[in-house]
Design a protein around this ligand. Structure first.
Ligand SMILES: C[S@@+](CC[C@H](N)C(=O)[O-])C[C@H]1O[C@@H](n2cnc3c(N)ncnc32)[C@H](O)[C@@H]1O
Length: 174
């Protein structure tokens, strides 16, 4: 088994907690996908990031989602919203190939990010942007981080933007 593969028994189960609209907007403003680019959302839930990305930026949007009911919901929402190109795959993000994506969006737990990191470093294409909602990828150096207040849930959210390779060169991890 390649070292970056996470054994099934270690893959955490993550609940569906949608990113509020203000956060989706800011994640996409930071990532700025162009029409020629592919954006992937790993664990895409109801497909909200994909639909906004395809509608507002005209990029190709591809979601990976493990929960079958959410896959159906995301596909339904996408077909109603009729954005350009949205596809939702019923698959496990720990097995996904994201080498063709120029933009990756993530709203995962710190533990999932920790487990996913070696695969990201192995599989991401050079220069790909990674936008992570609420949790940093330890050992990576963000290009920028921003806070957004969501009136939907009354909370502040943090967003990290990285460009691959984003390994920290100096200092220790905080
Ligand atoms: C916190 S939600 C984020 C949803 C969406 N990305 C957003 O920001 O609104 C995490 C999503 O990841 C999905 N998920 C959890 N583990 C997964 C896995 N191993 N493979 C694919 N999807 C997974 C969950 O079903 C859930 O929809």
């Amino acid at each position: 088994m390649a070292s970056f593969e996470v054994p099934k028994r270690l893959r955490p189960s993550l609940p569906f907690v949608p990113s509020p609209p203000e956060v989706v907007k800011k994640m996409l403003e930071l990532a700025l996908p162009s029409r020629e680019e592919i954006l992937m959302d790993l664990g895409c839930g109801d497909g909200r990031i994909l639909i906004s990305a395809a509608k507002d930026y005209g990029c190709t949007a591809l979601g990976i989602e493990k929960n079958r009911a959410l896959v159906e919901l995301a596909r339904r929402r996408a077909s109603l919203a009729k954005p350009g190109s949205v596809r939702v795959l019923w698959a496990d993000l720990f097995e996904a190939d994201f080498s063709k994506a120029q933009v990756l969006t993530l709203y995962l737990t710190p533990e999932s990010l920790r487990l996913l990191k070696p695969r990201l470093e192995q599989n991401l294409s050079f220069g790909a942007r990674v936008v992570s909602h609420d949790y940093r990828i330890h050992g990576w150096n963000p290009l920028t981080e921003e806070e957004v207040f969501s009136s939907t849930d009354g909370k502040w959210h943090r967003i990290y933007l990285y460009r691959h390779p984003a390994f920290r060169r100096f200092g220790s991890e905080k």
